[in-house]
Design a protein. Structure first.
Length: 504
């Protein structure tokens, strides 16, 4: 074993652009190691001060004849004053093809979920991509997520094992279509984490929970890696469509790449001020996916969405158990609807909800997005989401039918426009099942204009309300649980996308 210390010059950390990177000294392995005991290890140590770049790269010179590369790391976690961030250090790796943004060198990322990983041709740690360990300069990527005032002292150990490489399996992916029921309402959860990132469940466990939650489709969304994509094929079936994606986890917010082509990797190493998100949103679209900002007002470090919604196809207004940050996002989303009406735009931003489930007791399918699609296929589901023909429900037990009808029988449903004159009388009707003691709120561009009495304990009921396009440019429905006391609204049981009124 050989040990090296990396003294970090604080002056080297004054870089332009927060996503700029620092490259440390190279770790080298002698070619003769293969003739020794077949394995060689190097350990390096260093300290990162506060104000470190987002990514610090440790180059590793990998000689020919390497069968496996293994990396382990530790870092100190000193006590810090209340309200001060402590140390958190993420890790991943890029191969000899380099670390260029959006390049082909990416081989895996586990963030802070694992303390070690390995790669070889025939297998890799979950979150990492198997393949040959080719000679050249590899880079271990360190991501100082937060750094304590005392600095972040780390130790990285790299072990190379020499020998004959195995054969890399050809990836097999889930089919893009399931049997389905033709044009129907399909239930899905598009934000889930497996053990291929920071989740604790296997794909098989997630698929079983999805079926138990009454879901028809799911979307894989592990943080900053596409490594799980080949591991879902044997979990799909006639009753469950499995779409592939990624949660692109930047320092300025997270975005779900929903239903991308199999094997698509989307880079995350940029901030809003780097003006690069548009490039990667276009990459998601070119790969056949949707761009869905996730939990935009989440309070965790780096989770708040800073990129705007220009490139978004939909947005999560409800992420996991309903919390105050979801309430804030619901209000912000409603403001985008008002802006679309004010500016006379035909396009608008649909709402979604997903569980973001990681581990027990996180409930897969709570909430879930219920989509009207022509069939149970990737393209049809995506089109339903993009068009806003959907609502969000807390579980499979909640079902809605929401329509608007004009005085001559004109008809529109969720995500559609009822094209009638401004002064036409419009009847809005909501039929509910599975929401005992919930109240119905009808929300327009003026705000909430109707609130029902609580539904009966059976959870079934029908509400009707009359308006005109002159009075309400759109109507959407919220189902809320009873609140114990005070002015705060109850937690959501369901929320629909709007029906727009007028615009003959």
């Amino acid at each position: 074993m050989c040990e090296n210390d990396h003294g970090i010059d604080r002056r080297a950390l004054f870089v332009t652009g927060a996503a700029a990177a620092l490259t440390l000294g190279t770790v080298s392995f002698p070619q003769s190691a293969a003739a020794a005991d077949g394995q060689e290890t190097r350990t390096v140590r260093g300290t990162l001060p506060t104000g470190s770049p987002d990514y610090v790269y440790l180059p590793v010179e990998v000689p020919a004849g390497v069968r496996e590369i293994k990396v382990a790391y530790i870092y100190d976690k000193p006590s810090v004053p209340a309200g001060t961030q402590g140390n958190a250090l993420d890790i991943g790796i890029f191969d000899e093809r380099g670390t260029d943004l959006g390049g082909t060198g990416f081989r895996g990322w586990s963030g802070g979920a694992r303390s070690e990983f390995f790669l070889r041709a025939d297998e890799a740690t979950p979150g990492y991509v198997p393949g040959p360990v080719r000679p050249g300069t590899w880079h271990i990527a360190l991501g100082p997520y937060t750094v304590a005032p005392q600095g972040l002292a780390y130790e990285v150990t790299v072990t190379l094992t020499y020998g004959t490489s195995g054969r890399t399996p050809k990836p097999v992916y889930p089919p893009s279509r399931a049997k389905g029921r033709g044009r129907a309402w399909y239930r899905g959860d598009c934000h889930l984490h497996s053990w291929h990132s920071d989740g604790r469940r296997t794909p098989a466990e997630i698929a079983a929970l999805a079926r138990a939650a009454g879901l028809d489709f799911i979307n894989t969304s592990d943080h900053n890696t596409h490594a799980s994509h080949p591991h879902w094929a044997d979990q799909a079936g006639d009753d469950l469509l499995i779409m592939l994606g990624e949660e692109v986890t930047t320092r300025n917010g997270h975005v779900v790449a929903l239903g991308t082509d199999p094997g698509t990797f989307v880079d995350w190493r940029y901030r809003a001020r780097d003006n690069r998100f548009g490039r990667f949103a276009r990459e998601i679209h070119r790969a056949g996916g949707l761009v869905v900002p996730a939990h935009p007002h989440a309070t965790c470090v780096g989770c708040g969405w800073k990129f705007g919604f220009t490139d978004a196809d939909a947005v999560e207004v409800w992420n996991g158990p309903y919390t105050p940050d979801d309430e804030v996002m619901l209000a912000e989303w409603d403001n985008t609807l008002v802006a679309a009406v004010r500016e006379g735009r035909g396009s608008w931003l649909p709402a979604m909800g997903s569980s973001d489930a990681h581990r027990d007791p996180d409930a897969v399918g709570s909430p879930q997005t219920v989509v009207l699609a022509d069939d149970l296929s990737r393209r049809a589901v995506q089109e339903g989401i993009r068009a806003g023909r959907s609502y969000v429900a807390e579980s499979q037990h909640v079902s809605l039918a929401f329509t608007a009808v004009g005085d001559r029988g004109q008809h529109a449903g969720i995500g559609e426009r009822l094209r009638v004159e401004r002064d036409t009388s419009v009847t809005v009707r909501l039929e509910v099942r599975g929401a005992p003691r919930c109240t119905v709120h009808l929300v327009t561009d003026q705000g909430t204009l109707f609130t029902s009495d609580p539904l009966p304990v059976s959870g079934t009921g029908t509400v009707e309300w009359r308006t005109t396009p002159a009075y309400a440019a759109y109507v959407r429905a919220e189902l809320r649980h009873e609140t114990a006391a005070g002015p705060l609204p109850g937690a959501l049981a369901a929320v629909t996308n709007p029906i727009f009124l007028g615009g003959v």
